[in-house]
Design a protein around this ligand. Structure first.
Ligand SMILES: Nc1ncnc2c1ncn2[C@@H]1O[C@H](COP(=O)(O)OP(=O)(O)O)[C@@H](O)[C@H]1O
Ligand SMILES: [Mg+2]
Length: 269
C-alpha cells in the first residue's frame, strides 16, 4: 500500500526531555488499516513515549502524526488506549466502568442502548458473570480484560496497547492473547502494541518495529529510533500452541533476539 494512503502515518518524529539528547529522532512508520503492528525494544528506548504521542497524551518535539489524512491534535475517542496497569475506576462496577466510556463516546444513546452495548463487550472478553463486580473483586487478568473490553467498546479506529499483558501470569496471558487475536481479526481492528515478549510479537503482529536506544558514541550522542521493520512471514492463521512448528518461526525469533542482544543498544543500524 503506498504511504500516501496509509491509515496512520508517523513522520520524522522526535521527542526530547533533555536538550540535545532526544530519546528518539527521525522516527518514520506507517500503519495500514486493519494492521497489527508491534514495537519491541529495551526499556527506556521510548516506546511508551511514542504511544503517548499517538494517543495525544504527549507532544512530540518534532514531526507529525497523521491519521486518516488528518494531523492528530490531542487525545480523541477514535483512539482507544490500554495501559500496562489497568486504569479502572475502583468505585465503579465493570458495567459502569465501561458504560462511562460508552456514554462519553455516544452521549445521545439511551440507557438501554448503552447497557446492551456494554454487555456485548463484557461478554466478548468472557466476563459476563462478573459484570456487576467492582475491580477489587477481580483478579489481575480479569481487570486487564475489563480494560480491553472498555477500549474495544468505544470502537476506536485504532487501538494503542502498552504492554497490556505484562503484569499477568503466563497462563492468563496466553488466554487473553488468543482472545485479543480473535477479536482483532474479527473486527479488523488496527492495533499498535508495545511488548517486550518476542513470542507475543510473533504471534500477534503483521509487522514488528525494532527500536534501538539512544546512546553515546565517539562521535557524540545518537538518539534512539526504529532500526528495522520486520514483516512477519508466518501465516496469519497461527496459534500460540502451533507457533513453534511453523517454518520460519525460529529464523524470525532469532533475528529479533539477535537485534535485542547485539544491536538494540548500539544503534542497530
Ligand atoms: N515525562 C518525562 N520526563 C522526563 N523524561 C521522561 C519522561 N517520560 C519519559 N522519559 C524518559 O524517556 C525515556 C523513554 O521512556 P519510555 O518512553 O517510557 O521508554 P520505554 O517505554 O521504551 O521503556 C526514558 O529515559 C525516560 O526516563
Ligand atoms: Mg514503556
Amino acid at each position: 500500500m503506498p504511504v500516501a494512503n496509509a491509515f496512520l502515518k508517523v513522520e520524522n518524529l522526535a521527542r526530547s526531555f533533555v536538550l540535545e539528547r532526544p530519546v528518539f529522532a527521525g522516527v518514520n512508520f506507517t500503519l495500514d488499516r486493519g494492521e497489527f503492528v508491534c514495537i519491541i525494544g529495551h526499556s527506556g528506548c521510548g516506546k511508551t513515549t511514542i504511544l503517548n504521542v499517538l494517543a495525544g497524551l504527549d507532544q512530540a518535539s518534532e514531526g507529525h502524526v497523521f491519521m486518516d489524512g488528518r494531523e492528530l491534535a490531542g487525545p480523541g475517542l477514535e483512539r482507544g488506549v490500554v495501559f500496562q496497569s489497568h486504569a479502572l475506576m475502583p468505585w465503579l462496577t465493570v458495567r459502569r466502568n465501561i458504560a462511562f466510556a460508552v456514554e462519553s463516546r455516544w452521549p445521545d444513546w439511551s440507557r438501554a442502548q448503552v447497557d446492551a452495548h456494554v454487555r456485548t463487550f463484557v461478554e466478548m472478553v468472557g466476563l459476563g458473570a462478573a459484570i456487576d463486580r467492582k475491580p477489587s473483586e477481580l483478579s489481575g487478568g480479569m481487570k486487564q480484560r475489563v480494560g480491553i473490553a472498555r477500549a474495544f467498546a468505544i470502537q476506536p479506529k485504532m487501538l494503542l496497547l502498552d504492554e497490556p499483558f505484562g503484569a499477568l501470569d503466563a497462563l492468563t496471558r496466553g488466554t487473553i492473547q488468543d482472545e485479543l487475536m480473535a477479536i482483532v481479526r474479527e473486527t479488523r481492528q488496527t492495533v499498535f502494541m508495545i511488548t517486550h515478549d518476542v513470542d507475543e510479537a510473533i504471534l500477534l503482529a503483521d509487522r514488528i518495529l525494532l527500536m534501538s536506544n539512544g546512546h553515546d558514541t565517539a562521535g557524540g550522542y545518537v538518539p534512539g529510533g526504529i532500526a528495522e521493520v520486520v514483516a512477519n512471514p508466518l501465516p496469519r492463521e497461527r496459534t500460540r500452541a502451533g507457533l513453534h512448528h511453523l517454518p520460519g518461526y525460529y529464523e524470525l525469533r532469532n533475528h529479533i533476539v539477535d537485534f535485542l542482544v547485539t544491536r538494540a543498544r548500539a544503534g542497530g543500524r
